[in-house]
Write a protein that binds this ligand. Structure first.
Ligand code: MD6
Ligand code: FE
Length: 206
């Protein structure tokens, strides 16, 4: 059952069964084999993120000294991103938008990694929701409002949980405070993997 956490945010605890999580993880391991993790850096300071990233789908999100952007190829290998696994396209058909997802960002959180409060706003359109899938260790996820100063609250996201930010919540601030190491046995090397599915370009006219 989906929980309405705030206007337009829906949280689907246990959306994926254990079996579906394992199958999706196998798909993602194939993506990682073709497009190895890279460590993004902050545009101004050059400070490395504590998470590692890769992508699949036609476009991928990258961060380096030139800024945050979407591009069609891996920043280190130069290869096009691997195709979006069908399992993710099906999940997007169920919870996302009618048009195909264009980007899936894969974030890996080793022990101690976190992600600062941010908005997802590097896309050309905010008309489609962002659909986020958690695999592996549980995360403490913080959500606020559409301004940085709005009050925040935190929820735990466990393996198989899916969060959708759509409508008025598409641009809310959110981040990962910490990872509860050892809380899941799904990922053999431990840690947490988060997948965020997005549209980047405007939705085709209906
Ligand atoms: C994470 N998630 O769960 C980071 N962004 O590791 C996100 O940054 C996120 O969960 C947009 C919408 C939903 C999210
Ligand atoms: Fe985000």
């Amino acid at each position: 059952m989906a929980l309405a956490a705030a206007d337009g945010v829906s949280i689907h605890p246990n959306y994926l069964t254990g079996e579906a999580q394992a199958a999706l993880l196998a798909d993602i391991e194939a993506v990682i084999a073709a497009a190895p993790f890279f460590r993004p850096t902050m545009p101004r300071t050059g400070a490395p993120f504590s998470v590692e990233m890769t992508n699949c789908g036609p476009l991928g999100w990258v961060a380096d000294k030139n800024g945050y952007r979407y591009q069609a190829h891996h920043p280190e290998t130069g290869a096009p991103w691997p195709a979006m696994p069908e399992r993710l396209r099906a999940l997007w058909r169920d919870l996302g938008a009618p048009a195909e997802p264009e980007a899936c960002l894969v974030n890996r959180y080793p022990e101690g990694a976190k992600m600062g409060l941010h908005q997802d706003r590097d896309e050309e359109t905010f008309d489609a929701p962002v659909v986020s899938v958690s695999l592996g260790d549980t995360a403490v996820f913080r959500m606020g409002g559409t301004t940085r100063r709005a009050p925040t609250r935190s929820v735990r996201l466990a393996s198989g949980d899916v969060v959708v930010f759509g409508g008025p919540s598409r641009l809310i601030y959110h981040g990962i405070d910490r990872i509860l190491t050892g809380s899941s046995r799904l990922v053999p090397e431990g840690g947490r993997i988060n997948l965020t599915l997005r549209r980047v370009t405007p939705l085709p006219a209906a």
